[in-house]
Ligand binder design. Structure first.
Ligand SMILES: Nc1ncnc2c1ncn2[C@@H]1O[C@H](COP(=O)(O)OP(=O)(O)OP(=O)(O)O)[C@@H](O)[C@H]1O
Ligand SMILES: *[C@@H]1O[C@H](CO)[C@@H](O)[C@H](O)[C@H]1NC(C)=O
Ligand SMILES: *[C@@H]1O[C@H](CO)[C@@H](O)[C@H](O)[C@H]1NC(C)=O
Ligand SMILES: CC(=O)N[C@H]1CO[C@H](CO)[C@@H](O)[C@@H]1O
Ligand SMILES: [Mg+2]
Length: 338
């Protein structure tokens, strides 16, 4: 509709100008100007692969991570640095490949949304952000060969139309083993493949594989009375990548992505504690525009299940079911619903 509107609006202008100049070359110049103007106006509405639609805001990501993302000091630090360095590098040698690992509800999908919204003006709804969900896009193990070809065509097609594309592979642990190796060439150090360069693309893998190991390490720290913030990437990175490589249900079993070092960062997501779940409850209230109520947040956080059974340190679902707990608690105490 916007296109039609612009065309109708500009049409009289063309005739006036052409009559005034009565010169063919002048008229062509005018037409060219109009075409240019039309293009700018058009790209004002329609998403394009240019800087006006794709522009990484490092401060924006930092602020979001600090204010909205709870209990993940390692992931925050590593993600901010990795993405900022990549975005500032005018000539990256390979695409950025991040693998996010951790239990359910610890914020892997959530942080991917924060990243997308600080790179693409349209965030997750950008036509340059592509999300593949294993159980939706690749449900049958037996069709792996078809999936592999399809996935290669998609990635190639998408990067051909915009080199700053982002690909999110969710539920990696449910991917048929071997499928992900199909995109290996795209992640490698090639200048270009069949005329397509993948060096400015971002690939993010999300997986629960390694989550148990991460939980063990976090629990060791807790048992020894050490601060959660003392856990460092180096306490986890090697163990997680090993576990993922050897795990039949990780999506990366014996994957050449791992043994050829094509994954730039393994990013551990720590299991969340009561205090983090409580913050999620408050954040959810703010999202819903209801008045913040600390008591209700406490109640909702308490209603979650914690493990291990005796110590009850970590929320088994992370922040995942906090919303329904809020509804339950709120109904009980005030009779109103969210
Ligand atoms: N670390 C966190 N900080 C803030 N909010 C969080 C965090 N983790 C989870 N949440 C909240 O809980 C919701 C569910 O988390 P999310 O979908 O990101 O989990 P996930 O790690 O992707 O889990 P799964 O492995 O089951 O997909 C998010 O939409 C967000 O609102
Ligand atoms: C980047 O993010 C910061 C913090 O959210 C915001 O104030 C600023 O306007 C953003 N910059 C751009 C160019 O969008
Ligand atoms: C992590 O790996 C190191 C060396 O590979 C090993 O010594 C350590 O026990 C592992 N930690 C856990 C919790 O498995
Ligand atoms: C041109 C092209 O291949 N586009 C593909 C991009 O990826 C999506 C999936 O997210 C496919 O549906 C498109 O066909
Ligand atoms: Mg998720």
């Amino acid at each position: 509709m916007q296109k039609t509107f612009i065309a109708l609006y500009l049409l009289p202008a063309v005739f006036v100008k052409v009559n005034a100049f009565e010169s063919f070359t002048e008229a062509r110049k005018v037409l060219e100007e109009i075409a240019k103007l039309g293009k700018t106006t058009y790209s004002f509405f329609q998403e394009t692969c240019g800087d006006s639609w794709i522009d990484f805001n490092s401060t924006g990501l930092q602020v979001d991570l600090e204010q909205k993302f709870f209990g993940q000091h390692i992931a925050s630090k590593v993600l901010l640095k990795a993405i900022t360095d990549f975005a500032n590098n005018k000539t990256p040698k390979k695409p950025l490949v991040l693998s996010l690992h951790g239990g359910t509800g610890t914020g892997k999908s959530f942080v991917s949304q924060l990243i997308a919204s600080n790179i693409y003006k349209k965030g997750m709804s950008s036509s340059f952000v592509h999300q593949f969900v294993a159980t939706v896009h690749f449900p049958h193990k037996s069709k792996i060969d078809i999936y592999k070809t399809q996935l290669q065509q998609w990635v190639k097609g998408n990067v051909s139309s915009c080199d700053r594309s982002m690909f999110i592979f969710d539920e990696m642990n449910k991917m048929p083993p071997g499928l992900i190796d199909g995109i290996k060439p795209f992640l490698d150090y090639y200048d270009n493949l069949d005329g397509v360069s993948y060096r400015r693309a971002i690939f993010i893998f999300l997986s629960e594989a390694g989550g148990e190991r991460i939980k063990q390490v976090a629990f060791e720290f807790w048992k020894n009375g050490k601060d959660r913030e003392e856990i460092q990437l180096s306490d986890l990175e090697e163990n997680v990548s090993l576990e993922v490589f050897n795990n039949q249900y990780s999506g990366f079993l014996h994957s050449s992505l791992i043994d050829e070092y094509l994954i730039d960062f393994y990013i551990p997501f720590l299991p969340l504690e009561y205090r983090h779940v409580r913050m999620c409850a408050l954040a959810e209230m703010a999202n819903q525009n209801v008045e913040l109520d600390e008591d209700i947040a406490d109640e909702a956080a308490k209603a979650m299940i914690y493990s291990p059974q005796d110590e009850r340190v970590f929320s088994s679902m992370g922040c995942k079911t906090i919303r329904s707990k809020l509804v339950q608690v709120d109904k009980k105490t005030s009779g109103r619903t969210f």
